[in-house]
Design a protein. Structure first.
Lengths: 92, 463
């Protein structure tokens, strides 16, 4: 239980930090912000890897499916964000 | 000795997770400017790679076969999707990726539940948020890609059905966390998954196509919160930090979108906006006639203009006119006019959609301006070119109290000297509302496909 409270504490701080960071992103970059944030939400991959490699049948099935979806999210999200950001240019 | 080794690895893994969190945070910070944004994204992805690598070193993993299967298949699909998607289809892509994030968290939560984890409340939240994000995103994808109709689906007793559903979910939660008597554990899990997914569908179907930017932003936030909840299940800091950052990002964008439409989130979610066009034109029936103009006449006016403001909307994306528009902008500039692009926060189908399309067409980002920058100097603008935008330039938003969009901040193009409206036909916009702008004294309609019309203007300039 104590561990969970500590995690809650981290959550609260991270949300405040997130709000501070994101309000500074200009509206021009809102689409790459969303796709980049999307890629970050694929962090659930970390949990998925542990389940997928557990060696227990049902957990492995669920975990592998999770790895599959989270990887699409991570790889696709970062690549497409990179592709988009490469297009933003200033007048030379 | 073995104990010491275990301790060391645990510390090392956690230090790596902290480093990954820092990379995510710095990466997001660098998204604050277009100059550093790309490097920021690179840092963020390095953080992800680090988190994944140290996780793979975890000793509880005894078999890598299925991990590799998942990583490779997901990686290939992600790669293909990211490199092939058209910039006009970014909203659909982000919508479906949100959904994948949701289902991944749901599966992680379920896997932990099957392993009889003690953290039942976080599991409940993970499955609930993950499930509703998944189906909600699929519906949003369907609406955006026009597989499903863009119109909101409303039916009698909608609120009652939703309330019953929420009660059932609460009851399932109580059974899952406290009672554990009525159903077996796996039955409870399946019921919860089902209810969460139904909730996701019912949550998005009543929302109209024009409100999709809000929905995508909100689902983006949910996908982060689902990861966050999964972090509580597996007691992992990096999931919580990353999930919270995404959750906050989505919430802020949702808020910006709502403000840009002068509506509350509750209104967006529950009103079924744009479903009916009943008395929308009640206050502005004195509309009169529209004045069409040919592209050669429009050219003469543009040629004499010293300041031109281009206002793009989703129609520009549909017509794929962004490259032609950029060419016209360059010709106008070399003709001595000052050219700016005014972008409304809700133009297009997702936050920042127009900016990406114009960036793709090589329009420099420092000529893109926001409504607040241009509205005060609108009287000095010679020509406003409205290209495929409608509701965001509708003067009813400030003049007609009866209009459903009354109070929404708009780009006040009607205050400029001349307005060209590039439009396919006289059909009303995505929100289904009449636009009195078309009937104003200073408005001229350039009917036809936006790309063709702009190309004609370009040809006139080159002739």
């Amino acid at each position: 239980m104590e561990g969970q409270i500590l995690l809650l504490f981290i959550l609260v701080l991270a949300i405040f930090l997130g709000i501070e960071l994101i309000t500074k992103v200009p509206s021009t970059l809102h689409t790459p912000l969303m796709s980049g944030a999307n890629a970050i939400s694929g962090i659930t991959l970390v949990g998925a890897l542990l389940s997928s490699g557990s060696g227990e049948t049902i957990t492995t099935i669920l975990g592998t499916a999770a790895v599959f979806f989270a990887t699409i999210n991570v790889i696709g999200g970062y690549l497409v964000t990179n592709r988009m950001l490469g297009m933003f240019k200033k007048k030379q | 000795m073995d104990l010491l080794n275990n301790f060391d690895t645990a510390v090392l893994v956690n230090v790596a997770y902290i480093a990954a969190s820092i990379l995510f945070i710095v990466g997001l910070k660098m998204l604050g400017s277009p100059d550093t944004a790309r490097r920021g994204n690179l840092l963020s992805s390095t953080g992800m790679l680090l988190a994944v690598l140290v996780t793979l070193a975890d000793q509880s993993i005894i078999d890598f076969t299925w991990i590799l299967v998942g990583l490779i298949s997901g990686g290939v699909i992600g790669c293909l999707a990211a490199t092939r998607v058209q910039m006009t289809s970014m909203p659909e892509m982000v919508a479906i990726f949100n959904g994948f994030g949701g289902i991944a968290s749901l599966l992680v939560g379920s896997a932990e539940f099957v392993r009889e984890s003690d953290y039942l409340f976080p599991i409940f939240l993970t499955v609930l948020i993950g499930g509703l994000t998944f189906t909600g995103s699929l519906v949003a994808y369907g609406k955006l890609s026009e597989i499903l109709g863009g119109r909101p689906t409303l039916y009698k007793g909608q609120q009652i059905v939703n309330s019953i559903l929420l009660l059932l979910i609460a009851a399932t939660g109580i059974e899952m966390i406290f009672l554990q008597q009525i159903f077996t554990a796996s039955e409870t899990l399946l019921i919860l998954c089902g209810l969460a997914m139904v909730l996701g569908i019912l949550f998005v179907i009543p929302i109209g196509g024009a409100d999709m930017p809000v929905v995508i932003a909100l689902l983006n936030s949910f996908s982060g919160l689902a990861a966050c909840a999964a972090g509580f299940v597996i007691e992992n800091n990096v999931l919580i930090v990353a999930g919270a950052l995404v959750g906050a990002s989505g919430l802020i964008l949702t808020n910006i979108m709502c403000k840009a439409m002068n509506r509350s989130l509750a209104n967006v979610l529950f009103s079924g906006f744009g479903s009916v066009s009943e008395d929308t034109s009640s206050g502005s029936v004195e509309q009169g006639e529209v004045k069409p103009i040919s592209s050669s006449d429009a050219y003469l006016i543009l040629e004499a203009a010293s300041s031109v403001l281009i206002v793009p909307g989703y129609g520009m994306a549909v017509a794929q006119a962004q490259h032609a528009v950029r060419e016209l902008g360059e010709l106008l500039e070399s003709n001595g006019a000052e050219v700016k692009y005014a972008i409304h926060p809700v133009a297009g189908r997702m936050p920042g959609h127009m900016n990406v399309l114009l960036a793709e067409a090589n329009v420099s980002y420092d000529v893109l301006v926001e409504p607040d920058d241009v509205n005060p100097i609108m009287e000095t603008v010679d020509v406003c070119m409205v290209i495929g935008a409608n509701d965001v330039v509708n003067p009813d938003a400030k003049d007609n109290e009866g209009s459903p969009i009354y109070g929404m901040p708009i780009i006040e193009v009607d205050n400029s000297k001349t307005v060209f409206v590039l439009k396919r036909s006289m059909a009303s916009g995505f929100a289904g509302i009449q636009n009195p702008l078309f009937f104003k004294q200073n408005s001229r309609m350039l009917f036809g496909d936006a790309k063709e019309t702009v190309s004609e203007l370009v040809a006139e300039f080159k002739a």
